[in-house]
Design a protein. Structure first.
Length: 705
């Protein structure tokens, strides 16, 4: 590493190191600046020492055991229980030794972390705790040397013990709250079963996941996990993609379909060609984006960080004033120092510093589990205030592919007895069975959906500008013709004329010499779109649409979905102007687009929401990314934003309100009424406030979107 390189690390977790300011992903504290040349060895030692949950647990139990004798011999306990414990000749010295072990062993984690805070010029919670316990220890040591009898041994030991307990419980709470992101790394199997050729036969071989390469073919058995992103080359099955896309129902997979690493196969057997491995997989992209979001800050977090910073100076100032006033009142130095320790401990800003980042961390992981990824926390914060959502039509409100909208049976004497709609569809699909044309594929897909058995055809012919035809093998005398309006010229006696609505395409079907019916197709509107738009309206959020299609197409889609405001014939480069137009009316706009053609509009909008299209999660132009093309996720984003903001405000009020009340009580403003908070009880309140904030944040995990 370079000498004098600046890095940012967490006072509580020195193993967390970043190149830029941010938030600790372990505990939510702000990272402090350190120089690598001065602190490299200390950071390495601390990393091996591991300031994590187990360390605080061990230190707590050791400190508790050592504190018990100090508590039993304290004046408060002996006076309360009216008992006289046995006295040893060197009792004071023994108490001093026990308190020293607790101070240096149990309290060292706070002292070391405070030193890093001070070096990073960001004094905070650890600085306050360290000043408090150092003051109590120094006064007690002075008392031992001078022969005083007003030492603070039991107060010091219980304070450190309770602080360790509070941090241990807090670490557990934070670990549980942030576990969702960590679970992503556990989704992949340890091994993969690849298909190889041996002695001119295909056999399977199990290899470690690290040895998997792009182009390998993996075999995924029923119930197995997909080892890497890839494409199905053989087999059919349903795959549970809920962890990746938030889709609760299993998704059918067949040849040519893409699959995502970490998803769970259903009852079928799949052969998958690996297309992406390692850092390029979908899960790696999700984890990377969520970590980016956790490193970013919202406006509320910036506010809480600033408040926590200034609270440190307020606490030190209040403590100094408390000491001066109590000494001046004749209460005694020991009592004044005890009040100072109580003020410093109770004012520790950890609850305030944790109030926002922990909620934000939970919300980003909750978003990832619900099918969308928050890249910027400010974007999620902005979602709660959105007035109007501007949807790009194709691929979002519609499927972006043809689908059958209606089948018309020709009821006319020249045709004879009308044939059924399924028969018309079967005839058309039989001719189109091997075609790759989008309209032909849509007709065949509809026939398969209805379970129709296609006719066997031969002598396939294409008529440029008109359509196609093929001979029905079961009715040798008849040819089946399909085509557009130009085909009608070949059937002069035809009386069927169909006018498509909006963006519908009409395909006529003839069997022999007569037109027997027609099929209309269009870019199919997603049923999810109707639900999403209704939900948005129920949330008092307006909806608008922008498209490059002609006005009649846009009008038809808008009317079908109940959208009052739409923009047609808009070039991709012009979409940002439509966003500005809506903003000029005083509206806060969320733009939903594909993240490529719509990049300028996504950037211009107050909230840019890009469609990730399954595995494409590396979209730079938006603050939030939809994993799948489901417009129902838009209301989820707004709902999560509102829930997240509410939790943040609740935590900030609790953390700030607690300090407003607790600091004066710790200073002794009600001492005349017999109300005094001991340093140990102050530590209990401080730890309790932090646990309450963490617990309130974790309630967000239970809320449904």
């Amino acid at each position: 590493m370079e000498n004098n390189k600046i890095i940012y690390t967490c006072p509580m977790h020195p193993d967390v190191r970043k190149d830029a300011p941010g938030m600790c992903p372990e505990c939510g504290m702000s990272l402090v600046e350190v120089r690598i040349d001065a602190d490299k060895e200390r950071i390495n030692r601390d990393r091996h020492r591991g300031h994590h949950e187990n360390i605080f647990r061990t230190k707590f139990w050791v400190s508790l055991v050592l504190s018990i004798p100090l508590i039993l011999y304290s004046d408060a306990v002996t006076a309360f229980f009216h008992w006289n414990p046995p006295v040893f000749p060197d009792l004071v010295l023994l108490e001093f030794v026990l308190a020293s072990v607790v101070f240096f062993y149990g309290g060292w984690v706070f002292l070391a972390s405070a030193w890093r805070e001070i070096r990073g010029k960001l004094p905070g919670m650890m600085t306050l705790i360290s000043i408090a316990i150092t003051t109590a220890y120094a006064w007690s040591a002075y008392g031992v040397v001078t022969g005083r009898n007003d030492m603070l041994f039991w107060e010091l030991s219980t304070l450190i013990t309770i602080m360790l307990l509070g941090h241990w419980l807090e670490m557990r709470a934070v670990k549980n709250a942030q576990g969702a992101l960590g679970e992503l790394s556990k989704l992949l199997p340890d091994t993969a079963e690849i298909v190889v050729t041996s002695n001119q036969q295909q056999v399977t071989k199990t290899i470690p996941l690290a040895e998997l390469k792009e182009g390998d073919v993996i075999l995924v058995k029923p119930g197995g996990k997909v080892a890497a992103d890839g494409e199905v080359i053989e087999g059919e099955s349903s795959v549970d993609e809920s962890i990746a896309t938030g889709e609760s129902k299993p998704v059918s997979k067949g040849k040519g379909d893409g699959v995502i690493a970490g998803t769970v196969n259903g009852d079928g057997v799949l052969k998958i060609k690996v297309t992406e491995i390692g850092e390029h997989t979908f899960l790696a992209g999700v984890a990377r984006l969520v970590k980016e979001a956790q490193a970013s800050k919202s406006h509320l977090q910036i506010l809480s960080d600033r408040a926590a910073f200034y609270l440190t100076f307020v606490a030190v100032g209040a403590g100094a004033v408390t000491v001066v006033l109590w000494i001046a009142s004749g209460a005694g130095t020991a009592f004044a120092i005890e009040r100072l320790v109580a003020v410093l401990v109770i004012a520790c800003p950890h609850a305030l510093g944790l109030a926002v980042p922990l909620v934000a961390s939970i919300s980003t992981t909750k978003a990832a589990k619900n099918g969308f990824i928050v890249k910027q926390r400010i974007a999620l914060e902005a979602a709660r205030n959105i007035d109007i959502v501007l949807f790009d039509k194709t691929g979002t409100l519609t499927k972006g592919e043809y689908g059958v909208t209606e089948i018309i049976s020709h009821d006319h004497p020249s045709v004879g007895e009308p044939i059924s709609k399924d028969e018309i569809l079967k005839l058309a699909a039989s001719v189109d069975a091997n075609s790759e044309h989008p309209i032909a594929k849509a007709i065949v897909a509809e026939a398969k959906k209805r379970g129709l058995r296609l006719e066997t055809v031969d002598d396939f012919r294409r008529s440029p500008g008109k359509g196609a035809s093929a001979k029905n093998s079961n009715e040798a005398a008849k040819r089946i013709f399909i085509g557009g309006e130009n085909m009608l010229a070949d059937f002069p006696g035809n009386t069927l004329q169909v006018t498509g609505k909006g963006n519908e395409t009409v395909i006529y079907v003839a069997n022999g010499e007569s037109i027997v019916g027609a099929i209309t197709l269009a870019d199919v509107i997603r049923e999810e779109s109707r639900e999403a738009i209704k939900t948005l309206k129920d949330m008092n959020v307006e909806v608008a649409m922008v498209t490059g299609d002609a006005n009649d197409v846009a009008k038809w889609v808008a009317e079908e979905l109940g959208i009052k405001e739409y923009f047609a014939k808009v070039m991709p480069s012009e979409k940002s102007e439509k966003v500005k137009l809506l903003q000029s009316k005083g509206k806060r706009v969320a733009m939903v687009g594909d993240g490529v053609n719509d990049a300028p509009a996504l950037t211009q909008a107050d909230l840019g929401i890009a469609i990730g299209a399954g595995t494409n999660v590396a979209i730079e132009s938006a603050g939030i990314i939809l994993v799948k093309n489901d417009p129902r996720d838009i209301p989820k984003i707004i709902t999560l934003s509102r829930l997240t903001y509410a939790k943040m405000i609740q935590n900030l009020w609790w953390a700030a309100g607690y300090n407003i009340i607790a600091i004066p009580l710790a200073a002794g403003v009600l001492a005349g009424e017999g109300v005094l908070l001991s340093p140990a009880f102050g530590a209990v309140l401080m730890s309790l406030s932090t646990v309450i904030v963490a617990g309130n944040a974790m309630l967000l995990r239970r809320r449904k979107l």
